[in-house]
Ligand binder design. Structure first.
Ligand code: SAM
Length: 218
């Protein structure tokens, strides 16, 4: 995906928002260790902020991303810091691991760049890659974030914009929709929390995000 390749090749872009692990991943790491989690997949690992953090803990860490530049960046940084994780270019619609392989899949700000139907399919695909009792941490944008900059609504709550000539979809979710999307999981956490992002000029924007932790039912 050209857009993400361009971003992950840009050191200043990465430094702005994508080096510190998300507070939830840091909070959940000891919780997951308490559940004897071993195999972890960072789905849409980007520039690798969670891969580096997780590889400092006793996990077997895997990452995948559709962006070649992101995966290259992760590999180089892991090598430089002598940390171990398996990283590859792959699409979230076709996760190249056996069924039931992972104890924990995390996907931070990735899977909602699609339509509602595809989002539902991807979540069930991820579910299949988890062992029964395994955990899925995922984030979604809430409907309250829909604004004039969201673009054109092409179906309920799915918006299309163009960035650098490339189409970009966002599916925004309601609280009830999360329950429906996460079919086959027990919802352990479903929180609407603020997150800050920094633009090129250093301005900080505060927006809310759904942070969800599900546990795979048998
Ligand atoms: C907003 S970034 C988040 C990166 C990372 N999860 C983080 O929190 O630092 C979104 C990432 O999703 C990846 N992505 C988008 N569509 C994807 C797909 N179909 N399969 C795998 N990765 C995808 C992009 O390449 C990009 O690296």
């Amino acid at each position: 995906m050209a857009r993400w390749d361009k971003y992950w090749d840009d050191d200043a872009y990465v430094a702005r928002n994508w080096t510190e692990p998300d507070p939830d991943i840091m909070r959940l790491t000891p919780v997951m260790q308490g559940h004897q989690v071993r195999r972890v997949l960072d789905l849409g690992c980007g520039a690798g902020r969670h891969l580096f953090y997780l590889s400092q803990h006793p996990f077997d860490v895997h990452g995948l991303d559709i962006s070649t530049a992101g995966v290259e960046r992760c590999r180089k940084a892991l090598e430089r810091s002598q940390r171990s994780a398996t990283v590859q270019v792959a699409d979230m619609h076709n996760i190249p691991y056996p069924e039931g392989y992972f104890d924990w899949v995390l996907s931070v700000q990735v899977i909602y760049h699609t339509t509602a139907a595809t989002l539902k399919q991807v979540i069930q695909h991820i579910r299949g890659k988890l062992r029964p009792g395994g955990f899925f941490y995922v984030t979604f944008p809430p409907v309250d974030n829909i604004g004039p900059e969201s673009g054109k609504e092409i179906e309920p709550r799915t918006y299309l914009t163009e960035e650098d000539g490339e189409p970009l979809l966002h599916h925004y979710v309601t609280a009830d929709e999360i329950d429906e999307l996460m079919g086959g999981f027990t919802l352990v956490e479903k929180r609407l929390d603020p997150r800050e992002t920094r633009d090129q000029a250093g301005n900080v924007t505060r927006r809310f995000r759904w942070n969800v932790l599900g546990q795979r039912l048998p």
